[in-house]
Design a protein around this ligand. Structure first.
Ligand SMILES: Cc1cc2nc3c(=O)[nH]c(=O)nc-3n(C[C@H](O)[C@H](O)[C@H](O)COP(=O)(O)OP(=O)(O)OC[C@H]3O[C@@H](n4cnc5c(N)ncnc54)[C@H](O)[C@@H]3O)c2cc1C
Length: 396
């Protein structure tokens, strides 16, 4: 089948969840032409794919994107499904031009900017914003030795974990003790499974997040996560390394909750297999009937067909989202893109705004700044088409 003709946009945003939508909102406010390409069938699916009992650890007051607060009491904690529906409603409310079911599988540079492909579809753009997330459901990390485990052991990655009903009778080894590991170990232990949680301690925040006391603490955490823990402060740079390499601290489920639920907490990592069973770093062989891998996700940028400058930790090199070495290329939603909040709903608006500001600081090929928001289209009369101008017209 012949490839379709390319559609051209000033900016293509890849990924239509919180980071991509917030960036789109700010581009729309500035009157710039853009489209958002989203691989899933529905906006919000990244949240829908997470386990159904998931409730956000950030209160609703910190879960809103620019222009539309989360529609719940600011002290309540939305479920993943509610967050997904909120994102869908957000895209609809601001008429953000999201095309669902479009998975970008190629990104190249050419003399005019960028060429993107998604199967037979082809797009051209001056700017590309990559908002594909860092907890990518389709790219779970599982250690190589997992393949040597006895086939009778049920193995699930947190990406596919739904509920304890998926597990076989017998002990459960949860590998990875950041907050996904903590939440899942807690849930399976409370469902009656003998549960062992293996992995280094990533710390915990000092208050019970749903307590009245925590209501006083959230404004402090907000300040810490947005203004103090940033790449501009020594403390922020230290925490950046920890978060990017080992994951975040326990938030809802704490050490004491794990203990109360009967979870056996071992700080040793799971390092290999002996006689088909998982082995911990101290040599202990765990007689597990189930292993739940809470070992994180890989950032898949294999579809980017040009060298991407990376930091030592493997994350793209950028400043306020812009890749200096590659004009017109931006990222949003990376952990510590700028601050701790960059990977949270809380930080999506600010980071997306900064990226939109940088894009808008260059003249649009349709005109400049504000003028670009008013695209004149001949349809018998001269119609004034407001933002967002998402129709793919070639603008040169
Ligand atoms: C278990 C869990 C709980 C969390 N809880 C909270 C919380 O309580 N509060 C909070 O603030 N944060 C929380 N987070 C962190 C963060 O807010 C979420 O990970 C959030 O989903 C990140 O949003 P995002 O837009 O950056 O990426 P994602 O939500 O991952 O969205 C990326 C989008 O890009 C699309 N995509 C990917 N590749 C392509 C492609 N090639 N072409 C087109 N589209 C593509 C995907 O389909 C997806 O829709 C949690 C994360 C996890 C894993």
């Amino acid at each position: 089948m012949a490839a379709r003709a390319a559609e051209r946009f000033e900016t293509v945003i890849i990924g239509g969840a919180q980071a991509g939508l917030a960036t789109g909102y700010h581009l729309g406010k500035r009157g710039r032409s853009f489209v958002i390409l989203e691989a899933s069938g529905r906006v919000g699916d990244s949240w829908r794919k997470r386990w159904p009992s998931l409730r956000l650890y950030s209160p609703a007051g910190m879960d809103g994107l620019p222009g539309m607060p989360f529609p719940a009491s600011k002290h309540s904690f939305p479920s993943g499904a509610e967050m997904a529906d909120y994102l869908e409603a957000y895209a609809a409310r601001f008429e953000l031009p999201v095309r669902t079911g479009v998975a970008v599988d190629g990104l190249e540079r050419d003399a005019g900017g960028y060429v993107l492909t998604a199967g037979e579809q082809r797009f051209e753009a001056d700017n590309v914003v990559i908002a594909t997330g860092v907890f990518q459901h389709d790219h779970p990390i599982v250690p190589d030795f997992a393949a040597d485990l006895d086939p009778g052991i049920r193995q699930i990655h947190s990406a596919d974990y739904r509920s304890p009903e998926q597990l076989r009778p017998g002990a459960v080894l949860v590998v990875g003790a950041s907050h996904s590991g903590g939440d899942i170990a807690y849930e399976v232990a409370r469902a009656g499974f003998e549960t062992i949680l293996s992995g280094r301690d990533t710390g915990q925040i000092p208050v019970a997040i749903e307590s009245r006391k925590a209501r006083l603490g959230w404004p402090v955490l907000r300040l810490l996560w947005t203004r103090v823990l940033t790449v501009s402060t020594p403390l922020g740079r230290k925490v950046k390394g920890e978060i990017r390499t080992h994951g975040g601290p326990l938030l809802r489920v704490k050490r004491a909750d794990l203990e109360a639920a009967g979870v056996e907490r071992v700080l040793e990592r799971t390092v290999g297999v002996e006689s088909g069973k998982p082995v911990l770093a101290d040599g202990r062989v765990v007689d597990a009937a189930n292993v739940v891998w809470c070992t994180g996700f890989r950032n898949d940028y294999s579809w980017i067909r040009f060298p991407l400058p990376l930091e030592d930790d493997g994350y793209p090199e950028q400043m306020h989202g812009a890749v200096a070495a590659i004009p017109g290329l931006y990222f949003v939603g990376l952990p510590f893109l700028h601050s701790f909040s960059s990977m949270l709903v809380l930080g999506a608006g600010r980071d997306g705004g900064r990226v939109a500001e940088q894009i808008a600081s260059h003249p649009s090929r349709n005109g400049t700044g504000e003028e670009a928001s008013r695209t004149l289209v001949w349809n018998g009369t001269l119609a004034d088409v407001g933002v967002p101008a998402a129709s793919g017209e070639r603008s040169d």
